[in-house]
Design a protein around this ligand. Sequence first.
Ligand code: LMR
Length: 351
Amino acid sequence: MRTFIALTLLIGTGIFTALFFGFDLKEASTTLEHDDEQTGIRDETIITFSHVVAEDTPKGRAARRFASLVEERTDGEIKVEIYSNASLYNDQNEYEALKNGQIQMIAPATSKLTERFPRWQVLDLPYAFPTYEAIQEAYEGTIGETLLKEVEQDQMKGLTFWYNGYKQMTHTNQPLLQTTDFERAHFRVMPSPVLKSQFESLGASASELPFNKTYTNLEVDFVNGQENTLSNIYSKKLYEKQNHLTVSNHGYLGYVVLMNEAFYESLSEEHQVIIEQALTETTDWIRRHSIEMNDAHLRAIKRDNLMDVHYLPNRQKQAWQQRFETVYNEYELMIGHHLMREVKRIQNEYN
Ligand code: LMR
């Protein structure tokens, strides 16, 4: 009987205390430990960023820089997963994958948009932009603005332009200096009709091939020359198949950074601001550092004797430019007077 009374008293006191002071669930929940194996407690957004070049290149390093800025500033709420060297998608299918939402971000060379948007060929015109300042004005001024607007038709968000460098010519077994050196040569080009015409105007022929097929096509001798930046020539070891390099600076290779628009719109305003800010900083960084990276690769090519390096003399450059006039005439209508006028204005300002 005494036990029964003690038990009743204990339960009664418990109920009275709980009713009087309340059950402090808030306090209880903050002191509870999370189960470490439980994933997905905090939502994480993944940005899959696919590109085709090596890690140690301007684009490869800029992608990593952008990823760490975004991850740090969103406190890990956004994670940028980078797939380099065409390990996920190559330059022939990455645009479609972005459009379909299979990935969220790409940064193709601007030439790769010309099939869909022919006016983008303005950036491929040979000797269009004579200095780095001229390139910046093209990308960040009227030309860039006009071109970025076009991609909206494809539900793409054109975020910024990234820099790589001037393209140089390489060939398997002969220096490319005189226009006659181009006769019978066959070049790999990116998919842009202007680039094909550029080589045809010099008396050569050209085939459009994906970047990651360039080495093997040089190896089997399907093509015997190509044009690219020093960082791409070096990082893809194209020097193993090419004996001659002509420093000609005859065209510029840069990138457009694109995001799937629906994905971008699905992000919170705060995250959009962080992404845009990270891109602005990364663009500033790549604009400055791409120049020294390409210079370093040229020094390495010379130091290790990887190719015979020739510099295009001014006299030959003028001969090339004379041939390129036909390219300007051929594409004026397709590119449009507005953009062509802007190219001429930039040329006059920086020449
Ligand atoms: C190429 O195809 O040569 C370039 O677009 C590669 C790159 O992305 O720099």
